[in-house]
Structure formats: structure tokens, C-alpha cells
Design a protein around this ligand. Structure first.
Ligand SMILES: [Zn+2]
Length: 309
């Protein structure tokens, strides 16, 4: 995905609500063009480490990963800014409430339930196509939306989200694992306001961009009352693009009860193979007895429902 130009301005009413209180530094980072979400599979060796400071992590269903931050040096970092993904900063007695965050990348269930998820939209290129496919199949999905794109492209999803669930994919798709708690909270709260305003649905789930999780990702998620949702299976467009049908077979063969499948409704055109294959994947999974549910429905299916936002 090429860098997105940001020439259009959101409607003033929403803009006013969203940018109030944003510092220069936050605006400079947060409004950087979203990076491509060539989502890295989370390393099973880099175990989730919620570094002290009062964050307990309830891990559901597998192993969450951290990509250690390699950004700001200690000298460059503001006092409250973590230099790695692992630390929750604290300049004194401080504790996010609730002091507990659930992280799920799949759900332990024997029911043949699968949740399709689409990240990074809404964007004009593929989002309407994805909605058409889901409408034709009459199945729900979960869209992890980028806040500023929701504002800019509100018309793309207007009236089309009734069946679907929304998730927060931050305001501008910056790497949360390198943010301070305040930056992470801002990235979430701005997107939360935009998604709620435009879709009429209040998100209660977060997918951090790239799947990168730091301590401040969790502390900000906890403050928002979010359940962090990763994935257990993803479209492997680059590897399985040829021959035709190979990606479809891979997805249909790989889905298990409780799978959360990562896809994108925008991005580099190489990813289009997954959208084109979507109807066949849906047919194939249905033929195997799978039922499509939203992520919140999937989490509820095992009693691990997201907390009320
Ligand atoms: Zn993304």
C-alpha cells in the first residue's frame, strides 16, 4: 500500500471532537500515513510480557506476540515514552483501570464457528466489494476500522454495517508498541469516537496495527475497556497467489473451530486475490459446516465476551 494522501478534511463537527487536546508531537506521529499492514505472524517465542505497573493480561487461546520496539533511543525518548514494547511507563503511582486486559487470537471451542475480519478500511478500492460479497452470502464479518479513514470515507459504510461488528484499528495505523500510554490512548480514543459517530456502533475490541503489542497498548486498551483481538489464520496472498484456487484451498483447509481469520479490505493489489477468492472460501467453509459469526459473537460463544465499552 502506498502512502495515503491526507488532503481531505473530516467534517468540522467530528474534527473538533477528535483533535481537541492533541499535542503537536502526537499530531505529528498520529497523522503519518498508515503503514502497510503486512501483518507479521506473532512470534511464539516472544511471549506476551506485560511489564509490571499493574497490568495483568488474561491470555485466551494461545500465545500473543510482541515485536520489541526498536525506535526511539533512550536519549530521544520523552520521559514517559517506552523505548521498547514491553514497558508500561509510570512517573509515579499510576494504574490503568481496569487493570486487566484480555487478548485473544482464536477461541477455544468445538463449535464450527469462524470469524472473518477485515482490517485497514474503509477505503474506496475494495471495501464496497467486500460488503457486496458479504451481503450476497448473508454473513457477518468484523471490520477493524482506521479512525481517520472512517471519517473521510464515511459514505462507503453508511447503511452497510448493520450485520457486521466494528473494531478499533487506531486513528492512523501507527505502531502502538512504540507509543507512550498517552499516545496509545489518544490513538484509540480518537478512532473510538469516529467509529461510534459514523457507524452508530461502539467498538469494544481492538486490533493493534501489525499485531504489535506493547505494555502501553495494553494499558490504553484497559483504560478503554477493550478486548485485544489478534488472529489465528491469515490470508497468505503473496505466498499462495498462484495457481488460482490455491489460497482458497489453504483457507478452507486451515480453518478450525474458533478461528479468527485476518484479511484486508484495502492494500497492495497483490492482496486482491483474497477478495476475489472470498466467495469460494465462504462456499467451501459452509460446505464443511462452518458458521460465520462476528468476533464479539465468537468471544461470547465461549463465555469470554468483551467487556462493555
Ligand atoms: Zn492494519
Amino acid at each position: 500500500m502506498t502512502a495515503e494522501t491526507d488532503s481531505e478534511r473530516p467534517p468540522r463537527s467530528i474534527l473538533k471532537a477528535l483533535i481537541t487536546g492533541v499535542t503537536t508531537r502526537q499530531r505529528g506521529r498520529g497523522d503519518d500515513a498508515p503503514v502497510d499492514d503486512q501483518a507479521q505472524p506473532t512470534s511464539r517465542r516472544s511471549l506476551l510480557r506485560a511489564g509490571g505497573a499493574g497490568v495483568a493480561v488474561g491470555v485466551v487461546g494461545g500465545v500473543a506476540g510482541i515485536v520489541a520496539g526498536d525506535g526511539l533511543s533512550a536519549a530521544e525518548a520523552l520521559p514517559e515514552t517506552p523505548v521498547s514494547a514491553a514497558g508500561v511507563p509510570s512517573l509515579g503511582p499510576w494504574r490503568p483501570r481496569p487493570a486487566h486486559v484480555d487478548v485473544s487470537w482464536a477461541v477455544d471451542t468445538t463449535q464450527k464457528l469462524v470469524a472473518l475480519t477485515f482490517d485497514d478500511g474503509p477505503m474506496p478500492n475494495w471495501t464496497p466489494m467486500v460488503h457486496d460479497i458479504l451481503d450476497d452470502a448473508r454473513i457477518p464479518a468484523t471490520f477493524f476500522l482506521i479512525g481517520r479513514r472512517v471519517v473521510r470515507h464515511a459514505r462507503l459504510i453508511h447503511g452497510r454495517m448493520d450485520r457486521h461488528a466494528v473494531g478499533n484499528h487506531t486513528w492512523a495505523h501507527a505502531d502502538m508498541s512504540r507509543m507512550s500510554h498517552a499516545e496509545a490512548y489518544r490513538a484509540l480514543s480518537r478512532a473510538h469516537a469516529a467509529i461510534t459517530e459514523v457507524t452508530g456502533k461502539e467498538p469494544a475490541i481492538l486490533r493493534p496495527p501489525l499485531g504489535n503489542i506493547g505494555g502501553t497498548t495494553l494499558s490504553a486498551a484497559g483504560k478503554m475497556g477493550y478486548h485485544v483481538v489478534l488472529w489465528s489464520l491469515k490470508m497468505r496472498e503473496a505466498a499462495l497467489r498462484h495457481p488460482a484456487g490455491r489460497l482458497v484451498d489453504y483457507i478452507v483447509d486451515s480453518c478450525e473451530p474458533g478461528t479468527i481469520l485476518l484479511a484486508h479490505d484495502t492494500g497492495h493489489r497483490d492482496r486482491l486475490v483474497s477478495i476475489r477468492g472470498l466467495p469460494a472460501m465462504i462456499r467451501g467453509l459452509r460446505a464443511k459446516g462452518f458458521e460465520f459469526v462476528t468476533v464479539p459473537e465468537l468471544l461470547e460463544a465461549t463465555g469470554s465476551a468483551p467487556p462493555d465499552a
